[in-house]
Design a protein around this ligand. Structure first.
Ligand code: NAP
Ligand code: MG
Length: 481
């Protein structure tokens, strides 16, 4: 008799011996790791088992002053006057070292963030290198980018990034800023500072001139001190819509330039003529990649009514095969939730789903006893008015809604305050083009989801922010044009 088959996988952990953690880390300012002037310290933990990984510095206001001053001096004296071809050499060098130290970076990222090693190894780290390679290629060709023959840099950028793709977001920020002749003060997220500090070490290894990249760790207060500092010319922020709005208010009336990459509530729209096996993979990748800690996650599945029950059945069968557990195990699909706070947020929002009347489902899986964990979860019977259909959960939770006509799909897809990403699954090219034109989303994927390429611009509409990162468009955010 053929019953459901399950295999036991032998453990396949990636060794963490390649990572040399220091007990404590200073701030990276003017090319050196230094002690803070008025900062304090905090601990960063491994969310998979709550082990303390290291003590990290929270930069105070005088530390921010010092970092901004170092970035200014480096911009005016060294990096700004340098030819694009020379800047490119440094960026290529950073990109190559990222590749050489890829395993170390991947293990460190999974330790500090909780994401599966399969993803940090195959996605985060290779893409981070790819963004440096890509923008290195632009550094000596800025005159051909469509912004005039010799477009000037803005000056000093204050860059604040979130915890979901710590190294990759640092690369998205630093590579275009540096290629265009700006210098940077970068603030990684409180819960994931370690890969940015390793990137700082890589900048040293690449002989990047001191002050071109400065990394100041800390919590929200450090980020606020940086973005409101009078010595910076540009703020690039990736994070929540709430904090992004606060920054926009704080910068109103100043001469500072601003780009905001904020939250999302992406719709993944599946039509009845879609290739269903591929669509199910795309739905899984859309919302369960990186535990759903993805701004452009396909967190709302809009499925055509006639195939809804079949798609949900297939989806449940597929989810029952996902493996949740040790992020360093090469067979793990779902890692840890990044922090206790984020886990609380996911629990609270998921509870509202049930209270408002949706049906909650998760495959049977054992959650580890320590650390922060949440099983892949699907809500069916969701109305567009439910909080789980409108608010960003930023966790492994999918809300399933149905539609009958393409027009209804568009209306429902656009019926949220966000506008970052969307997916379309159909066999018809004409329908893809029509839908892509109707959806209010910065990125629209067709018959795929969560694909990234440094040559392709990424960014939002409405409450998902403004400005584009990636591609030729990504240069504009750092040029005085
Ligand atoms: P967050 O709370 O807004 O934090 C983002 C960053 O801002 C962190 O480094 C944070 O420091 C810092 N920060 C907090 N308060 C600040 C303030 N008043 N002024 C300046 N900086 C401040 O967001 P998160 O929870 O870390 O990240 C999740 C959010 O990011 C989600 O909404 C997600 O959609 C969004 N996101 C968007 C994109 C995109 O490209 N559109 C990409 C990734 C993530 P702490 O770490 O200490 O809080
Ligand atoms: Mg951590």
């Amino acid at each position: 008799m053929l019953g459901p088959m399950t295999w036991d996988y032998a453990p396949a952990p990636e060794s963490r011996a390649i990572v040399e953690l220091r007990p404590s880390y200073g701030l990276f300012i003017d090319g050196e790791f230094i002690d803070p002037l008025d900062g304090t310290s905090f601990k960063t933990v491994n969310p998979a088992d709550e082990e303390v990984l290291a003590e990290v510095t929270a930069a105070g206001p005088r530390d921010v002053d010092r970092a901004v001053a170092a970035a200014r001096r480096a911009q005016v004296e060294v990096w700004g006057p340098m030819s694009g071809a020379e800047r490119a050499k440094y960026l290529f060098r950073v990109a190559r070292i990222l590749q050489e130290r890829a395993r170390e970076l991947a293990v460190l990222e999974s330790l500090d963030n909780g994401k599966p090693i399969r993803e940090s190894r195959d996605i985060d780290v290779p893409l981070a290198a790819a963004y440096f390679f890509y923008y290195a290629g632009w550094a000596d060709k800025l005159g051909y980018a469509g912004f005039g023959s010799d477009p000037p840099p803005l000056g000093v950028a204050g860059q604040v990034i979130p915890w979901n793709f710590p190294l990759l977001m640092a690369a998205w920020k630093l590579a275009p800023a540096l290629a265009t002749g700006n210098t940077s003060v970068l603030k990684p997220a409180e819960t994931t500072p370690l890969s940015a500090l390793l990137l700082a070490e890589i900048c040293q290894q690449a002989d990047l001139p001191p002050g071109v990249v400065n990394v100041i760790t800390g919590a929200g207060a450090t980020g606020e001190a940086l973005v409101t500092h009078s010595g910076i010319d540009k703020v690039a922020f990736t994070g929540s819509t709430e904090v992004g709005k606060g920054i926009q208010r704080a910068l109103a009336g100043t001469r500072k330039r601003l780009t905001l990459e904020l939250g999302g509530k992406g719709a993944n729209v599946v039509f009845d003529d879609a290739p269903l096996d591929e669509a199910v993979e795309g739905i899984v990748n859309g919302i369960f990649f990186n535990q759903g800690h993805v701004c452009c996650a396909g967190s709302r599945l809009l499925v055509q009514e006639s195939i809804a029950s079949e798609v949900v059945d297939r989806l449940k069968r597929r989810l029952a095969t996902l493996r949740l557990g040790d992020p360093l195990d090469k067979n793990t699909d779902i890692g840890a939730i990044n922090s206790a706070e984020q886990l609380d947020k996911i629990n609270d929002l998921a509870a509202t789903g049930e209270q408002e009347g949706a049906q909650r489902w998760a495959p049977s899986c054992t959650l580890p006893g320590r650390g922060f964990w949440f099983p892949p979860t699907v809500f069916t019977g969701v109305s567009p008015s439910y909080r789980i259909a409108r608010e960003e959960i930023f966790g492994p939770v999918l809300s399933v809604l149905t539609f009958r006509t393409p027009e209804e799909a568009v209306m429902k897809a656009n019926n949220v305050p966000y506008g970052l990403s969307a997916g379309i699954w159909t066999e018809k090219g004409s329908r893809i083009l029509w839908m892509a034109g109707q959806m209010r989303a910065g990125v629209v994927w067709a018959n795929t989801f969560n694909r990234f390429d440094p040559a392709s611009p990424f960014g939002g509409y409405r409450e998902s922010g403004f400005g584009r990162e990636g591609g030729r468009h990504g240069l504009e955010a750092y040029l005085d044009v």
